[in-house]
Design a protein around this ligand. Structure first.
Ligand SMILES: NC(=O)c1ccc[n+]([C@@H]2O[C@H](COP(=O)([O-])OP(=O)(O)OC[C@H]3O[C@@H](n4cnc5c(N)ncnc54)[C@H](OP(=O)(O)O)[C@@H]3O)[C@@H](O)[C@H]2O)c1
Length: 280
């Protein structure tokens, strides 16, 4: 769908962070605005941590409708907004800001996006499942909290920095466990929430855990989406294990942002096509 021409009435949303020049968000959200025929436009602003306070005041003054927040601004955004959703408050991180009559409302849509991808794309209901999450950073924390909220029976966390693992485990309440890679063999769902395998790190061939622990019947979710097919995705598939990349979470977390800013349902299929086209 071709985008609308910009006008004096066009509403603006943006991604802020550093770097953002290669962000997929403009392609994703402009495709969504075009598909829903909204007079909105989405741009990227390079904003480092030090500039976050003035960027948010500027957004308020300019009447920007929504902001996606990427690294390194997610934690500082949580301290700067006027209000936090319960997810954003617990995680201490904001990936999306809705401007409501000048008030900045901080959301975190990564966890809900992950759970939507599980349910809607993979037909896996988290309730009662045993899950192992590899990694304990921002993405892992969001995933862990949402899995526990969705009723996962066990959320095991594998990580290399003990203090960070303990803080991540605590987000899952009584379902949380600090585990070693051995736990992967007994999991229903295994999530890679480390950046290992990302193309821009130059370690395309790397796999974040020993894939010999996987077996058919499990679902592996690699949160990495660039490349679309990581070494983990290829290896797991060759073992007969069901595996998906990070595109589903990316699309569904953006769908939550779109819905919170515009108040209308997100055009999921158009958003997914835009991402896949941008990544191919
Ligand atoms: N699909 C999506 O929508 C989506 C959304 C968010 C993030 N992601 C992806 O998820 C990944 C993680 O992002 P993030 O924001 O959570 O990053 P982050 O906050 O920097 O956390 C990265 C985690 O991975 C661990 N780690 C890094 N390198 C490792 C290695 N070589 N071996 C073992 N563990 C390693 C880190 O361990 P330490 O704690 O010891 O440093 C940390 O726990 C990225 O690839 C990102 O693109 C995808």
């Amino acid at each position: 769908v071709p985008p609308r021409a910009l006008s004096g009435a066009t509403d603006v949303a943006a991604v802020i962070g550093m770097p953002v020049r290669h962000s997929l968000s403009p392609a994703l959200f402009n495709a969504a605005f075009a598909a829903t025929d909204l007079d909105w436009a989405f741009v990227a602003f390079e904003v480092d941590e030090a500039a976050m306070p003035s960027a948010l005041e500027g957004a308020r003054a300019l009447g920007i409708r929504g902001l996606s927040v990427t690294m390194p601004g997610k934690e500082i955004a949580a301290r700067l907004v006027d209000e936090l959703t319960p997810d954003a408050e617990t995680l201490g991180a904001v990936n999306s800001i809705r401007l409501d009559h000048g008030r900045l409302i901080g959301h975190n849509t990564d966890g809900p996006g992950f759970v939507d991808a599980l349910r809607l794309d993979s037909q896996v209901e988290p309730e009662g499942r045993r899950v192992v999450v590899v990694g304990a950073g921002g993405a892992a924390r969001a995933v862990i909290r949402s899995l526990a909220a969705a009723g996962a029976a066990e959320v095991g966390v594998v990580g290399r920095t003990r203090e960070r693992v303990e803080r991540a485990v605590a987000l899952a309440g009584s379902a949380g466990r600090a585990v070693t890679e051995d736990a992967i063999a007994d999991a229903d769902v295994v999530v890679n929430a480390t950046p290992v395998g990302m193309a821009d790190r130059g370690d395309d061939g790397a796999i974040p855990f020993d894939p010999a622990r996987l077996h058919p019947g499990q679902l592996v979710v690699d949160l990495v989406y660039h490349p679309l097919e990581t070494a983990l995705v290829r290896d797991a598939r060759a073992r007969g294990v069901e595996v998906v990349n990070g595109v589903g979470m990316l699309v569904h977390q953006a769908a939550h942002q779109f819905r919170s800013w515009t108040g209308i349902p997100a055009p999921i299929a158009a958003m997914r096509s835009a991402i896949e086209a941008a990544l191919h």
